[in-house]
Ligand binder design. Structure first.
Ligand code: HPA
Length: 262
């Protein structure tokens, strides 16, 4: 089973779907953000069994990181092998444009630097080791395939590869914060994914992540623009179909690799 995870409408491509509202799952958090529904959707994408989250949980909603990541462990227990995480992000790399898709090559766990980590506390050995490595967090074969699929679909001009970071939010970043992040090698910034990926790697799920660049980060005090949630939602809608097609194809391709490996 592959997992496919998205805040929004990708889950609508799933065939023979059965869904379970989060409120009906014991101890599951519930989503509080506008534009984020709240249910687990089970079904098939091109014959591959998937479970999608329609709506996910963010730290800024008030949940501790471990609780934001509880669905990842539920997926592991359901037999999921692969986590595909998508997110909206601000583009810090000056060559990125609004609407670009960034394959996540790596992340910088800024919240982790401050001691906030989903694995903080006693380790549950049933899921994974106390000190999990993160040097191969984002599967190399998946990233390579994603670039090939981007060519096949003629979207290589909007597909990038870069480093993502997650901040706690809910406010967007200051100019000084963004300039600092740029200096340390961050290409895109958002408010999700990093802790979910850490939890997934801890329990040995394969991971692929994709950021939709919904806005250009403001790194100058002279700029007039300001980041806003409406723009994030608008760009999400604009790229909905491309994203849906791209990720659906990736699910099939990743499944082929996973089935071939022991
Ligand atoms: N910053 C943080 N999170 C985001 C942004 C941003 O600019 N855009 C979309 N999510």
């Amino acid at each position: 089973m592959g997992a496919y995870w998205k805040d929004g409408s990708l889950a609508e491509s799933i065939m023979d779907a059965e869904s379970i509202p989060y409120e009906e799952i014991p101890n599951f958090p519930v989503s509080t953000v506008e534009g984020h529904h709240g249910r687990l959707v089970f079904g098939r994408l091109d014959g591959v069994s998937v479970v999608a989250m329609q709506g996910r949980f963010h730290y800024y909603e008030g949940y501790p990181l471990w609780k934001c990541c509880l669905p990842v462990r539920v997926m592991k227990l359901l037999g999921v092998k692969t986590l595909i995480a998508t997110n909206a992000a601000g583009g810090l790399n000056p060559s990125y444009k609004i609407g670009d898709l960034m394959i996540v090559k790596d992340h910088i766990n800024m919240m982790g630097f401050a001691g906030n980590n989903p694995l903080h506390g006693p380790n549950d050995e049933r899921f994974g080791p106390r000190f999990p490595p993160m040097s191969k967090a984002y599967n190399y074969e998946y990233r390579k395939l994603a670039k090939e699929v981007a060519k096949e679909y003629n979207i290589e001009n909007i597909v990038r590869e870069g480093v993502y970071t997650c901040l706690g939010g809910p406010n967007f970043e200051t100019v000084a914060e963004l300039n600092m992040l740029k200096m340390v090698g961050v290409d895109a910034v958002g408010m999700s994914t990093v802790h979910e990926v850490i939890t997934a790697r801890h329990c040995d799920l394969n991971v692929f992540a994709l950021s939709l660049i919904t806005n250009e980060c403001v790194t100058s005090y002279e700029a007039d623009e300001q980041a806003n949630h409406e723009e994030v939602l608008d760009v999400g809608r604009m790229r909905q179909d491309v994203l849906r097609k791209f990720v659906s194809r990736l699910v099939t391709k990743f499944h082929q690799i996973d089935s071939a490996s022991p």
